[in-house]
Design a protein around this ligand. Structure first.
Ligand SMILES: Nc1nc2c(c(=O)[nH]1)N[C@H]1C(S)=C(S)[C@@H](COP(=O)(O)OP(=O)(O)OC[C@H]3O[C@@H](n4cnc5c(=O)[nH]c(N)nc54)[C@H](O)[C@@H]3O)O[C@H]1N2
Ligand SMILES: Nc1nc2c(c(=O)[nH]1)N[C@H]1C(S)=C(S)[C@@H](COP(=O)(O)OP(=O)(O)OC[C@H]3O[C@@H](n4cnc5c(=O)[nH]c(N)nc54)[C@H](O)[C@@H]3O)O[C@H]1N2
Ligand code: SF4
Ligand SMILES: [Mo]
Length: 875
């Protein structure tokens, strides 16, 4: 039988029913399906018919899966989507079992793209708001001309302000051409990997990457720390499966019982498969592990002396760094650095040891904070210290614990453990964050520039406190720091009372929903009222679009073509257009071009099509020389071959895995000291740390378990009794797919709660409950599950904010910038957007100078904060 003729009927006939017991319910179910009662069943798959064209394309979405899709197209219609490996080909087994090249098989979201393409709620025409921001009934369809005229009128008003201010008070989020009019505003800080990057730049050096995923196979022990790759990076579990087949043990450390725990974790003697800390306490566990390793002499003093700085008291070095200070560009080489008294890692461990009465006491302290038994922490430390090599990994963006109130220190302590045991630079080791690629990637030729003329650098403000910036002109920097930064980076003097004026917002090209996906939605709702104008380019009525005055409808990635290095740059992909733009939608760059024309800016493609641009990039594409040495047979596909395949990978075998940190001779890392830093002189000198310590150590987060244990009351006068996390969900890519009904039905949005916590609060499974704290309140169903730790609830991130028209709540937050929270009456969020509960607060270094080096300085606490859950509506 060929694959083409397999229908549901024959499939059921030969498998489920045939093999089944004589269960009546199963028969009834089979009958219902055979009678085609389900709207989901429609006989044979149309995609498998003969005259259908199959186009390989890449699923361009804000996910780390990087999967390939096969679009089955006929007469300009997308009939179906399948993915690599879905339709078995002859002799498929060897390629299915092989790890290179890595198959990019889609998940449910990839398949659901057809539903999004033809979704009735796609944005089809330009819209303008006619009533008030946020009122979806107020949007009116207008012509492109009218929408563009209005947008340009708003921009021209800002050009008038530019005459007074010296810059355009526009938060230019992805709309390129405006930076040709003059300096605009833009944000520093990163919602995803800001904390990680603050650590890695200062402790490991600019651009130095972690180990590639494939290198796990060289390890003797894999510790997956606060990552759920089974959900968030689906091709990693394939490598992990291979690791399991090789007998490499895997321990998973996660506050929830995840798919990764269930499918991958094995445990080791004395250490369970799943270790479940309370959120934001991982650095206490890591610090206690470091202490145990040090006390038991399981560290590697020779390696530490050769490779690192700041471990031993009084450590001193004359730098051999190849890098330069980002402040004034002077080379670090030749400078001498000494770790200040009390600031070395050993002094930190001694402090801990003294404060808690020795190794056992430190382990008990970590147990008290994290809830993980001291014995488990000790056994894990000993196993990690003794197993060579051992790998700690938390994927590319260092996982959920990195997005908590002490996430930078969490990243740093993972690196510290790796550095003190000699795992940081060896094959089979690992430092926490993974390298984006398997070692190397194709370097594309330069795309033709679109800005024909001078562009201006933006004035930077912290993205995590954008509401305060709108309200007060200040972020969390001191006035002196703000003035100094703008002078240094933009050459503009903001004067004695420095303030940034943020008066208009544009969400232009590319992915992003600053409203829904950044901290603290409630303050934003108020601050947004102060903006004179808000413009969004999007495909759906995202939260940012909803709170806009003008919306431009954008095509999906089935209606345009481009080359992408994929989200995490593992491979190179062609997104291939499969149908003409639908409705009145345009590409991002076309909208930019139309705006530029109206404003008299010389910006655009000069008539080049998507494919013209791709051809230029591909003509200049290069494979690194080093890769050619590793794989002399490799040939870069031609343009036509790439259009057909859609994907090329520079796969490196596990035996020759490329360890980026091993590129550097000891003492020649691109940090200030030239070494891997346990203490960072540069970070200390910048003075931008929110939590002061410029070294790897545990710091108390601004909000977390300590407050809970101390019964500390929030601004509202309530001692909140639960912590929350906000994991990424299988059915959504951030806010995308929250309007895809089949996926919403399969994974109803809810707050996950442990049975003990539910019982204490009189909550039954499925009850609508209120989750609330000082920042806001949401109303969603509760799902009672043992996967959740007692004392910790979780709510998947990405659901869309939806204000209740009737239910109000008294929130407390600081919007006037006096450092004290005040009362604000807000709507209860019945959509369950997690950022209704998060707080706008900078974590990590949050430094625009660092941001320009890393593209991501400063993070926020997406989880670990406190809340309460109740059946009754709180005041
Ligand atoms: N399906 C899907 N996949 C995605 C995305 C998506 O939205 N949906 N987004 C993509 C993006 S941009 C990113 S950055 C990645 C993120 O990928 P991951 O880092 O894997 O995802 P998270 O859900 O943020 O966090 C991983 C795990 O950390 C746990 N966790 C949270 N806080 C803590 C803590 O304090 N300590 C410990 N030990 N565990 C904790 C959570 O329970 C969760 O299971 O996913 C990518 N892939
Ligand atoms: N509390 C909490 N908050 C979080 C997280 C968390 O774990 N917890 N995770 C954080 C992380 S890791 C990340 S990476 C961020 C993600 O946050 P964002 O990147 O801000 O959010 P997305 O939901 O990916 O934004 C996608 C929006 O952009 C639109 N869009 C996508 N592609 C394009 C395009 O090409 N052109 C145009 N014009 N529009 C496009 C989509 O339709 C959608 O409306 O969220 C962060 N926020
Ligand atoms: S959403 Fe992510 S995992 Fe799913 S198909 Fe797309 S790229 Fe792959
Ligand atoms: Mo992310």
């Amino acid at each position: 039988m060929t694959a083409k003729r397999i229908t549901r009927r024959t499939f059921l006939g030969t498998t489920a029913v045939g093999a089944a017991t004589s269960s009546l319910s199963l028969n009834t179910w089979a009958q219902a399906i055979n009678n085609q009662k389900s709207p989901l069943i429609n006989g044979s798959i149309p995609a498998l018919e003969d005259d259908v064209k199959v186009v390989n394309t890449y699923h361009e979405i804000h996910c780390h899966g990087q999967c390939m899709l096969k679009a089955h197209v006929k007469d300009g219609k997308l009939l179906a989507l399948t993915s690599a490996g879905d339709i078995p080909s002859k002799d498929c087994l060897p390629s299915d079992e092989s790890i290179g090249k890595i198959q990019r098989r889609a998940c449910m979201k990839g398949y659901a793209e057809r539903k999004r393409l033809y979704a009735p709620d796609r944005l089809k025409y330009p819209l303008i708001q006619t009533i008030e921001r946020g009122n979806t009934a107020g949007f009116k369809r207008v012509s492109w001309d009218e929408a563009l005229d209005r947008a340009c009128e708003a921009i021209r008003k800002m050009q008038d302000r530019q005459k007074e201010l010296g810059y355009l008070p526009i938060w230019n989020n992805g709309c390129a051409p405006l930076n040709m009019l003059g300096p605009c505003l833009s944000a520093y800080g990163h919602h995803s990997a800001g904390n990680q990057n603050d650590c890695l730049y200062n402790a490991l050096g600019k651009g130095v990457k972690g180990h590639p995923a494939i290198d796990m196979l060289n390890s003797k022990l894999i510790i997956v720390w606060s990552a759920d790759p089974q959900t968030t990076s689906p091709h990693l579990p394939f490598i992990m499966t291979k690791a399991r087949e090789k007998g490499i043990p895997i321990v998973v450390i996660d506050t929830r019982y995840t798919g990764t725990v269930g499918a991958m974790a094995t445990g080791i003697p004395g250490v369970p498969a799943w270790i479940a800390p309370r959120p934001g306490t991982d650095s206490a566990i890591l610090a206690a592990m470091a202490n145990t390793i040090y006390r038991r002499n399981l560290h590697n003093p020779a390696y530490i002396k050769e490779y690192t700085f700041g471990f031993f008291p009084g450590d001193s070095v004359i730098s051999n760094s190849p890098a330069k200070s980002p402040i004034d560009g002077h080379p670090w080489k030749g400078q001498s650095f000494t770790v200040p008294q009390g600031q070395s890692f050993v002094e930190y461990l001694d402090e801990l040891n003294t404060a808690h009465g020795g190794e056992e006491g430190v382990l008990k302290w970590a147990e008290l904070l994290s809830g993980v038994p001291a014995k488990t922490i000790k056994n894990l430390a000993i196993a990690y210290g003794k197993t060579k090599p051992a790998c700690i990994y938390s994927a590319w963006t260092a996982g959920g614990a990195q997005r908590t109130g002490n996430g930078m220190y969490y990243t740093w302590l993972m690196l510290a453990l790796a550095a003190m045991t000699g795992n940081a630079t060896v094959r089979g080791g690992g430092i926490g964050s993974l390298s984006p690629n398997e070692g190397m990637s194709v370097k594309l030729g330069k795309a033709p520039g679109m800005a024909h003329g001078k562009t201006f650098k933006p004035l930077l403000f912290s993205t995590h406190v954008s509401s305060q910036v709108i309200m007060t002109g200040r972020d969390t920097r001191t006035p002196e720091q703000l003035r100094e930064d703008i002078k240094l980076l933009n050459g503009i003097d903001l004067g004695e009372d420095p303030r940034l004026h943020l008066e208009m917002f544009i969400k232009g090209a590319g992915s992003g929903d600053v409203f829904n996906q950044r901290a603290a939605i409630n303050p934003k709702l108020e601050a947004w009222n102060k903006l004179t104008s808000v413009i969004t380019y999007d495909r759906f009525m995202s939260t940012t679009a909803r709170y806009s005055d003008i919306i431009f409808p954008v095509v999906t990635h089935f209606e345009e073509s481009f080359i992408t290095g994929s989200r995490v740059k593992t491979d190179t992909n062609f997104v291939n257009q499969i149908l003409d733009p639908m409705y009145e939608c345009k590409t991002d760059w076309q909208i930019n071009e139309l705006i530029a024309q109206r404003l008299g800016i010389n910006w655009g493609r000069d008539g080049k099509s998507d494919v013209d641009v791709m051809k230029i990039q591909w003509a200049g594409a290069k494979v690194p020389e080093k890769y050619k040495e590793l794989n002399p047979e490799f040939k870069l596909p031609t343009f036509e071959e790439m259009q057909k395949e859609g994907n090329v990978q520079l796969f490196v075998k596990p035996e020759t895995s490329v360890i980026d940190a091993a590129r550097f001779a000891p003492g020649e890392f691109p940090t200030d000291t030239g070494k891997i830093n346990f203490y960072s002189p540069f970070l200390a000198e910048r003075g931008r740390l929110k939590q002061k310590a410029a070294r790897a150590q545990y710091v108390r987060p601004p909000e977390g378990i300590e407050d809970l244990l101390e019964g500390k009351k929030g601004a509202k006068g309530i001692a909140y009794s639960l912590q929350f996390t906000t994991p990424h969900m299988p059915n959504r890519s951030h806010s995308s797919f929250d309007n895809t009904t089949s996926l919403m039905d399969a994974f109803p949005h809810c707050v996950f709660i442990n049975p003990e916590d539910a019982q204490k609060r009189g909550i039954s499974d499925g009850d609508e409950v209120y989750v609330h704290n000082d920042a806001g309140c949401m109303k969603i169903p509760a799902q009672i599950t043992l996967r959740q730790l007692p004392g910790v609830v979780s709510i998947g991130e990405g659901a869309w904010y939806q204000p209740s028209p009737t239910e109000k709540y008294e929130a407390w937050f600081d919007l006037d910038g006096d450092g004290k929270p005040e009362k604000h009456i807000v709507a209860v969020d019945v959509g369950g957007a997690v950022n209704t509960l998060t707080t706008d607060r900078d974590i990590g270094a949050a430094d625009p100078v660092l941001h320009l080096q890393t593209n991501k300085s400063g993070g926020f606490a997406a989880g670990g904060n406190l809340c309460e859950v109740s059946k009754q509506k709180p005041a």
